[in-house]
Design a protein around this ligand. Structure first.
Ligand SMILES: NC(=O)C1=CN([C@@H]2O[C@H](COP(=O)(O)OP(=O)(O)OC[C@H]3O[C@@H](n4cnc5c(N)ncnc54)[C@H](OP(=O)(O)O)[C@@H]3O)[C@@H](O)[C@H]2O)C=CC1
Ligand SMILES: Nc1nc(=O)c2c([nH]1)NC[C@@H]1CN(c3ccc(C(=O)N[C@@H](CCC(=O)O)C(=O)O)cc3)C=[N+]21
Length: 275
């Protein structure tokens, strides 16, 4: 089985992004946070660090876990109207009563570098230019980097969230894959996933995908990031169980994650260079 790591690809994307960022006015990304979730805060800090590394300014706008919906919406609207800010991202999870889908409507689509505004998803579905969510884009970037053929092949996505599963299904369709999307109400998940030549797991359940879910030779992309008891991270795929079966598998950590962060920065540099 081949291991499809994301580290080198992420480094290449960052190098390209650094050059793009240096070509114009310094890009600026604003990340709005309203959570105490440790994993989420870790991601935000890693974005800030990676941004600094490629010459992108990054403002963390931390509203705290008690932030009210109105306050989050006003913050997003203010940042969208600020000509010094080129990219705006709303980190999830949000406090109870605040819907990310509804609030992200306040992000100017031209600054929507994590594809969170429903308009961006609609444009993506319609085949119009838009920023896809960085995670969905990262899956496509990994498949392209490792030259995985998609045209005419059976792709199964497990998970239908607005951040990963839904946009990814559209991106795969655009590349002429035959796409099936599974979710928590899917009956007999293994019978569906074992038809996949390309299988993407984006659920958030450690080890959900085992040997009976995977066809021999399948390319498996593991988007899941589940905290382990000892402070580490593990994916949705039971990598030991599928190792003798899958043709290729992305590791967690070191797979989709680093590419996601790199692409968020690439989107920001592109947003800053939009005419
Ligand atoms: N590496 C990265 O860059 C990123 C990683 N992630 C990770 O990816 C994972 C998914 O994230 P996200 O999409 O935001 O999660 P959500 O919780 O929003 O969505 C999870 C999806 O999985 C489905 N699901 C839940 N249980 C099952 C099951 N037993 N069988 C089949 N489907 C199931 C849900 O179905 P239903 O719709 O019916 O509830 C839902 O569609 C998480 O681990 C997250 O941390 C997320 C973003 C970025
Ligand atoms: N609006 C929004 N967009 C997101 O994209 C989003 C979000 N909200 N909420 C939280 C999840 C989680 N997420 C991760 C991204 C990168 C890594 C990552 O790079 N992880 C490293 C390792 C980390 C470690 O070892 O602890 C890796 O996989 O190699 C992890 C998790 C993005 N998310």
């Amino acid at each position: 089985m081949k291991t499809l790591t994301g580290k080198d690809l992420a480094a290449a994307i960052r190098a390209q992004t650094e050059a793009e960022a240096a070509a114009g006015p310094q890009p600026r990304l604003a990340v709005v946070v309203a959570t105490a979730d440790e994993a989420s805060l870790w991601y935000v800090r890693s974005i800030a660090k990676a941004a600094a590394g490629v010459g992108i300014a990054c403002d963390l706008v931390d509203l705290g876990p008690e932030a009210r919906r109105e306050q989050i919406g006003e913050t997003l609207a203010r940042l969208s109207g600020d000509s010094h800010v080129h990219g705006v991202m709303l980190q999830t999870p949000l406090p109870a009563g605040a819907s990310p889908q509804e609030l992200a409507g306040a992000i100017d689509p031209r600054k929507d570098v994590d594809g969170a505004n429903p308009l961006s998803l609609g444009r993506l579905a319609a085949g119009l230019p838009a920023f896809p969510p960085a995670t969905a884009a990262a899956v496509m970037a990994l498949l392209d980097h490792y030259e995985v053929e998609l045209r005419g092949r059976r792709a199964v996505v497990v998970g239908r969230s607005t951040v990963v599963g839904k946009p990814l299904a559209h991106l795969l369709l655009d590349r002429h894959a035959t796409v099936t999307v599974c979710h928590s109400r899917t009956r007999d998940l293994p019978s569906v996933t074992s038809e996949a030549e390309v299988l993407v797991a984006a659920v958030g359940r450690a080890g959900l995908i085992g040997a009976d879910h995977v066809a021999p030779g399948a390319v498996v992309i593991d988007v899941g990031t589940n905290p382990t008891g000892d402070g580490g991270l593990t994916g949705d795929v039971d990598s030991e169980a599928v190792a003798g079966l899958a043709g290729a598998l992305t590791p967690v950590p070191g797979g989709v994650g680093p590419v996601t962060t790199a692409l968020l920065l690439r989107h920001t540099a592109r947003a800053a260079n939009l005419p």
